[in-house]
Ligand binder design. Structure first.
Ligand code: AHM
Ligand code: MG
Length: 336
């Protein structure tokens, strides 16, 4: 149909979130405002990532400042953009970023009720070879109306109100859950708007892919080793799984969400808590997985039940298709 060539009824992310909010008459639009500031950060980082390769070659404007200082590293730049966007939204009170050792307590005149935890540019070691990287974020509500404190962000992941990530890949994709399913939006560069392209994402119940850094295999514990062996040499007559590992969490999780299967970053002898950070890597991705019908497990418990004690704490993680994670849980249960 000619009519299909141009869609005229565009569901932008702003319109989508406003629609959702209208179901809650008590909401005053604060969440939409917060989200629009996060979206602005994502657009900025997307633009910066896209010209990262070129910037080195031709010195794009803005990449080297007038004093001739060396250009800021993209992860540092992204962090600054997100912190400023979040503070200026007037809707946040405490921020935790992978890039900042301490939590940021927002000054009283700019405070709102939301707490945001984020990794502004995850997988940044992949920038120089053009592999997809991303921003990950989670949103909590301050516990009581008082002074913001670390307690407000040291809450289990199940208390998050919303979580999402933005992947800077062949296209820029923002995946969001506000606690009623998962939706994906793709940036239309000509409009500068994120348009709903992946409504109501559901992860397949079982998948054909496993995703793990197998170079760490010699240090794995029993259940992880057994599970990966099962992926390669299944004993139940099913066919072996394919291995896909990008080494960029957002891209590996995005593929897992769309195609099914499992992504794991397990504990090993060298890093008994794995590598990934609880607040802004494990929790948001686990929140999205559950909302899409999958599961996330730490090797001990449901990931979202974990209560972090420190803001940069790490945890092992096994997430993905419901049935596949169920198998991993059984192997850990058998170990006890
Ligand atoms: P980073 O926060 O330093 O970028 O590290 C996190 C990244 C994840 O994106 C990815 O899943 C993981 O590190 C890969 O780690 P490894 O190289 O050990 O496989
Ligand atoms: Mg990271």
């Amino acid at each position: 149909h000619a009519a299909d060539a141009f869609r005229t009824d565009l569901m932008t992310i702003t319109r989508f979130v406003l629609n959702e909010q209208s179901k809650h008459p008590e909401s005053r639009g604060d969440f939409s405002i917060l989200l629009s500031h996060i979206v602005l950060g994502c657009k900025f980082v997307c633009a910066a990532v896209n010209k990262a390769g070129l910037a080195k070659l031709i010195g794009l404007a803005g990449e080297t400042n007038v004093q001739g200082e060396e250009q800021k590293k993209l992860d540092v730049l992204s962090n600054e953009v997100f912190v400023k966007a979040l503070v200026s939204s007037g809707r946040t009170c405490i921020l935790v970023s992978e890039e900042d050792e301490d939590a940021i307590i927002v000054e009283p005149s700019k405070r709102g009720k939301y707490c945001v935890v984020f990794d502004p540019l995850d997988g940044s070691s992949n920038i120089d070879c053009g592999v997809s990287i991303g921003t990950i974020f989670g949103i909590y509500m301050i516990k009581d109306g008082g002074e913001p404190s670390l307690e407000d962000v040291l809450q289990p992941g199940k208390n998050m109100l919303a979580a999402g990530y933005c992947m800077y890949g062949s296209s820029c994709t923002l995946v969001l859950s506000t606690g009623s399913g998962v939706n994906g939006f793709t940036l239309d560069p000509s409009l500068g708007e994120f348009i709903l392209t992946h409504p109501d994402i559901k992860i397949p119940k079982k998948g054909k892919i496993y995703s793990v850094n197998e170079g760490n295999a010699k240090n794995w514990d029993g259940p992880t080793a057994k599970y990966v062996e099962k992926c390669k040499f299944p004993t139940d007559g099913s066919s072996a799984k394919s291995l896909r590992y990008i080494g960029s969490m957002v891209a590996d999780v995005h593929r897992t969400l769309l195609y099914g299967g499992v992504f794991l970053y397990p504990a090993d002898k060298k890093s008994p808590n794995g590598k990934l950070r609880v607040l802004y890597e494990v929790f948001p991705m686990s929140f999205l997985m559950e909302q899409a019908g999958g599961q996330s497990f730490t090797g001990k418990e449901r990931s979202l039940d974990l209560v972090p004690k420190k803001i940069h704490e790490r945890s092992p993680i096994f997430l993905g298709s419901y049935d596949d994670v169920e198998e991993i849980k059984a192997l850990y249960a058998a170990e006890e």
